[in-house]
Design a binder for this molecule. Structure first.
Ligand code: GLC
Ligand code: GLC
Length: 814
């Protein structure tokens, strides 16, 4: 069953009924000001940091799930009836409800008793504000007298404090009201030099800024007193809960349309010029007024929307494909890169499942995310890499996360994840291959942001690599530390006390438990680092790295193989994890995918054997589960993984993040049918027709789909912010379609389904546009290349300095 459809031409998903199984959301903003918006206009906005600079309030885990947002109410002043054109919160029976989620904007429209209302929400490029552009049309054959009420609930800026510290916060709320503009200035009197504003383009009949005055006592958002009554009370908030609401009256002739623009913005004043007059407590508004005036002008808004559309056109235009499969095209061309940009912007910080106060930018996560967006925003990827590297510790280890506002690392969600440092190498090599910007390796970068500790980025990579060599366990495999990629495989934790955090509790010295997964990651990162060193003319470094990699491969062969698949780990007592010997958790997905992805086992048929085991034991119709059999009870020595009921999350859920590792591994093993089959099993668009089972948005990946051990098998959870976005994009574009940036040019190595006659692609790369046509002329994966009509040996389209900006590439697959 579906709740909408894809409009590929407009790059939109169109939701046709408001009661989706879960809120189906979108992101507004792409630089500093962001908003989350659901299909019923729920959500909130923030500037850079969803905790410290949250503009509007949002109550997570609310009832209903998604309540609170950018609500507009319409009231028929002739009958007194009122409704929300976005359905929530009033929830009248709307006609023609439609929500169009597009690239950086959302349009929600509906009709109710002959009145049509459509609101376009977006954040203009380079601005710290969002526009809500409401158009109301009278489709009746008589004059309509209407009231429009806007509404938002201001947040007290530190969202954590906002949800806990009421004895203070109920007394600090302050606003200023001018005709049409409500300023929220809580704490501006002291250390803040920023404030929020909510403006309206139409003359207002009234306003409210105190929540209780707007809603009325004992009422919720579904029937605000002001709306029911048809008049605002011009309340000015002193303490309690400041809100913003404008009341606008409309008189519309039959067929007449009226546009009203609302702006919600964030603004900073220079520290010494906060007040005007200077000795007053009144916000200086000279710098914000022109901005507000500009965006209350419909012509300017239209132009800003056009600019946003072109921006996205440019981003998506870097890689476009035409294959025989609509789900591949749609995800590669539109939604997957869109999701990659969301993960670039907010990492795992703010979604409908990440509260904006829990996690900052993860070291491991953000480095992997680079794989999905480096081609779209290389300059910003560069900045991200340098920011991440600056939080690396002198030991080579890493803080697990940092806060975007301060760019300082912290241990709030644990530390000593021994896989962390290697992801920096993975991220940097992807950046170098895409851009050829070797200069980044010479950038001086501090450790732990300590001035004076700067070393070239290259030295950071080296320390990342050495970090593991300094931490080898009894089998010569990497010690796991707190955990590796799988946060929940906690082999040094042994937590038996309720309330203890699996992320921070450590009861073992950590000198025994080893991770086969980190072994594979080390091999992959080591190869990349050696390639980098070689190309920098550091041949000796390169051979040193390769020797260590060879040693690790040997350890993996001797101690990381279980007979039919790769082992997962050794626990604190030296027992195997992820082995046929185990009662539960006999086989894990991560080492199968990552070992083969790193090239291990390709020469001795272990790769195929491991992948066959995955196919037999882990693959399901909804994707590949993380391990089998699921843990049916809590295992003290394994930790959080066994805390989840079977089939959920890391305990045998389909953790979508690592499914692409298997896709890539299958591609490396030359098995295109299987690679693409796995790709489709979790492809959101391919799952659209089972939306009642999948339940999350059909246009973006979710972190998890419940595995076959779960009662809700096939149900997705935690959409949007997941490494799944980058890895799937990387798997399909670079390994299945096989269009791969490399140091020497664009490598073309498709491993596509046998039934595909071929495909076409356009890829911009290092200043040129490659027009690629792949034609199957045999059943294998061998490639013959013709570049601008000239046959080329090998499968790399060499970089050329020629002046032509378009390159035509004919590929014969045989
Ligand atoms: C979450 C984390 C990621 C981790 C994964 C597996 O998605 O963000 O860092 O690798 O879970 O535990
Ligand atoms: C929990 C989750 C895991 C996530 C971690 C982040 O352990 O199960 O997926 O990575 O929290 O802190």
């Amino acid at each position: 069953m579906q709740y909408g459809y894809f409009d590929d031409e407009n790059r939109e998903y169109v939701i046709t009924r408001p009661d989706t199984p879960l809120p189906w959301i979108n992101y507004l903003g792409c630089q500093a000001f962001f908003g989350l918006i659901s299909n019923t206009a729920g959500g909130y906005s923030f500037y850079r940091d969803a905790r410290l600079r949250r503009l509007t309030r949002y109550r997570y885990n609310n009832v209903p799930f998604d309540l609170g947002g950018r609500y507009i109410y319409l009231r028929d002043d002739q009958s007194g009836d009122f409704w929300s054109p976005s359905w929530q919160p009033v929830c009248r029976d709307l006609e023609d409800y439609q929500c169009r989620h597009g690239m950086g904007y959302t349009i929600i429209g509906s009709r109710y008793q002959g009145m049509e209302a459509r609101t376009r929400y977006f954040v203009p490029l380079n601005e710290n504000l969002e526009v809500w552009e409401l158009t109301v049309t009278n489709r009746r054959d008589s004059v309509a007298e209407l009231s429009v009420f806007s509404s938002i609930e201001f947040c007290l800026w530190d969202a954590q404090d906002d949800a806990t510290n009421f004895q203070r916060n109920f007394s600090i709320g302050e606003v200023e009201v001018e005709p049409g503009v409500i300023y929220h200035k809580t704490e501006y009197r002291e250390r803040r030099n920023h404030f929020a504003y909510f403006a309206c383009s139409a003359p207002v009949a009234g306003f409210d800024t105190q929540r209780e005055a707007f809603l009325g006592p004992y009422r919720g958002w579904e029937r605000p007193l002001a709306v029911e009554r048809g008049s605002a009370s011009n309340s000015v908030a002193h303490g309690w809960a400041p809100v913003g609401s404008h009341h606008v009256k409309l008189r519309l002739q039959p067929g007449e349309s009226r546009r009203t623009i609302f702006l919600l913005g964030y603004h900073e004043n220079p520290a010494g010029r906060k007040f005007d007059p200077p000795d007053s407590q009144i916000i200086a508004k000279a710098s914000v007024r022109p901005l507000i005036a500009r965006y209350l002008d419909p012509a300017h808004v239209e132009a800003a929307f056009g600019a946003l559309r072109s921006y996205w056109c440019g981003l998506l235009g870097i890689c476009q494909v035409q294959t025989p499969d609509v789900h591949t095209d749609r995800m590669v061309n539109i939604w997957n890169p869109c999701q990659c940009m969301a993960t670039f912007n907010v990492s795992r910080s703010a979604s409908f499942y990440e509260s904006g106060i829990g996690r900052g930018l993860g070291f491991r996560d953000s480095n992997q995310d680079l794989l999905g967006f480096v081609h779209m925003v290389p300059e910003r990827a560069r900045e991200r890499i340098l920011d991440l590297a600056a939080t690396q510790l002198a030991s080579g280890g890493a803080y697990h996360q940092y806060q975007p506002l301060t760019k300082r690392g912290n241990n709030d969600i644990g530390s000593n994840f021994n896989d962390d440092p290697h992801w920096l190498i993975v991220g940097v090599s992807a950046y170098l291959k895409e851009t050829g910007d070797w200069g980044i390796l010479d950038e001086p970068v501090p450790y732990d942001n300590q001035p004076g500790s700067e070393q070239p980025l290259y030295a950071h990579l080296e320390r990342s690599f050495r970090y593991t060599l300094d931490r080898l366990g009894p089998h010569g495999l990497p010690l796991i530390g707190r955990a590796d990629w799988n946060d929940c495989l906690n082999l040094n934790c042994f937590s038996d006390t309720p309330g203890q955090s699996f992320q921070t509790t450590t009861n073992k010295d950590g000198n025994v438990a080893e991770s086969v997964f980190i072994g594979a990651l080390f091999v992959l990162a080591g190869h990349e680092l050696a390639d980098i060193a070689e190309r920098r003319g550091l041949g000796q470094d390169a051979s040193g790295y390769r020797a260590e990699v060879a040693r690790m491969e040997q350890a993996m062969r001797l101690h990381g193989w279980d007979g039919k698949w790769f082992l997962r780990a050794y626990d604190d007592s030296g027992r195997k994890v992820g082995s046929a010997e185990c009662e539960e958790g006999r086989i894990f997905i991560e080492p199968q995918g990552f070992a083969v992805l790193a090239g291990i086992g390709l020469e001795d048929e272990r790769a195929e054997a491991a992948l066959d085991s995955v196919g037999e034991m882990l693959a399901t119709e909804h994707g590949i589960v993380l391990q089998q059999p699921a843990f049916s009870r809590y295992y003290l020595h394994l930790g959080e993984i066994s805390s989840y009921p079977p089939g959920y999350k890391e305990n045998a859920g389909i953790f979508c993040h690592n499914n692409p590792w298997i896709m890539i591994a299958e591609a490396r093993a030359g098995r295109g049918d299987r690679a693409h089959d796995y790709y489709l099993r979790i492809n959101p668009s391919a799952r659209e027709s089972i939306s009642e089972v999948h339940r999350c948005e059909p246009y973006v990946y979710s972190q998890m789909i419940a595995g076959r051990d779960a009662p809700t098998y096939g149900e997705a959870k935690n959409s949007w912010l997941t490494g799944t976005a980058a890895w799937n994009y990387y798997a399909i574009t670079q390994w299945i379609l096989g269009i791969r940036p490399s140091y020497d040019g664009l490598e073309i190595a498709p491993v596509i389904p046998s039934g595909w006659p071929g495909f076409q692609a356009v890829r911009k790369f290092r200043g040129k546009t490659y027009h690629i046509t792949v034609t199957r002329s045999g059943s294998g994966n061998r490639v013959s290349l013709t570049v601008d009509g000239v046959p080329v040996t090998g499968n790399i389209v060499p970089l050329s300095n020629g002046s032509a900006t378009d390159v035509s590439v004919e590929v014969s697959l045989h």
